[in-house]
Structure formats: structure tokens, C-alpha cells
Design a protein around this ligand. Structure first.
Ligand code: 5GP
Ligand code: ZN
Length: 111
């Protein structure tokens, strides 16, 4: 998708600090971390919200969650972490390519 920053990261056109990649997803450090550890797990396919899910995308997201759980101890997230998926501009989504924020590495407040 033209002009999508995450598509450009996936294509290697914009550098990122990748911590994991497979054929379906990439996980890299958020450029503006809101916690000690702040990663973004991004499916390689471009779509904006869960309203656009289909069976294949659901399966990718399911495997993405499993991968996050498996990798968590090696990413400094072993004591607990938070997953956030902003949906739409009203909720604060600024990049229109579905992504899972992974926040942790320190105690997190819920306010
Ligand atoms: P959203 O606000 O859409 O839920 O989250 C988008 C996230 O992408 C933000 O936390 C923002 O800091 C991050 N971000 C935006 N542009 C870049 C970039 O070029 N590189 C990286 N690593 N993160 C980015
Ligand atoms: Zn995209």
C-alpha cells in the first residue's frame, strides 16, 4: 500500500529495529516508546482494522498472538505485558495498517 509507513518498513524501504520476522508478521521497536519495552507486531498484509478480518487474517493474528507469547521472555516482557490494538482515528490509530502494540518491561498503570 502506497504511503503506508508500516508497508515501507516491511518492504525494507524505511529502517526499523526488528526483533522478529517470519513470512506473515514482523515485530519491531516503536519509534516513540510509551513503556520501557514498546514493540509493534504487524501482519505483512495491509489492512486497517479488525472489521476487515477474514479467515486467513484471523489465522495470522492467532499465530501472531502465540508468537508474542512464546517470544515474551526473550524480549524483556517476562513479568507481564499489555497488548493494545487501536481501531480508528477516534481511538488514536495513526497508522492505517493493523498492528498490535506490545508494552511492558516495567509495571504498567491502567488509567
Ligand atoms: P497507532 O497510533 O496507529 O496505534 O500506533 C502507531 C505507532 O507507530 C505509534 O506508536 C508510533 O510511534 C509508531 N510509528 C510511527 N511511525 C513509525 C516508524 O517510522 N517507525 C517505527 N518504528 N514506529 C513508528
Ligand atoms: Zn500498510
Amino acid at each position: 500500500m502506497e504511503n503506508c509507513v508500516f508497508c515501507k518498513i516491511i518492504a525494507g524501504e524505511i529502517p526499523s529495529a526488528k526483533v522478529y520476522e517470519d513470512g506473515e508478521i514482523v515485530i519491531f521497536k516503536d519509534i516513540n516508546p510509551l513503556a520501557k519495552v514498546h514493540l509493534l507486531c504487524v501482519p505483512k498484509e495491509h489492512y486497517k482494522t479488525v472489521a476487515e478480518l477474514n479467515a486467513a487474517r484471523e489465522a495470522v493474528l492467532g499465530r501472531a498472538l502465540k508468537t508474542i507469547g512464546t517470544l515474551a521472555p526473550t524480549l524483556g516482557l517476562g513479568d507481564g505485558f499489555r497488548l493494545v490494538v487501536n481501531q480508528g482515528e477516534t481511538a488514536g490509530q495513526t497508522v492505517p495498517h493493523l498492528h498490535i502494540h506490545i508494552l511492558g518491561g516495567e509495571p504498567l498503570k491502567w488509567e
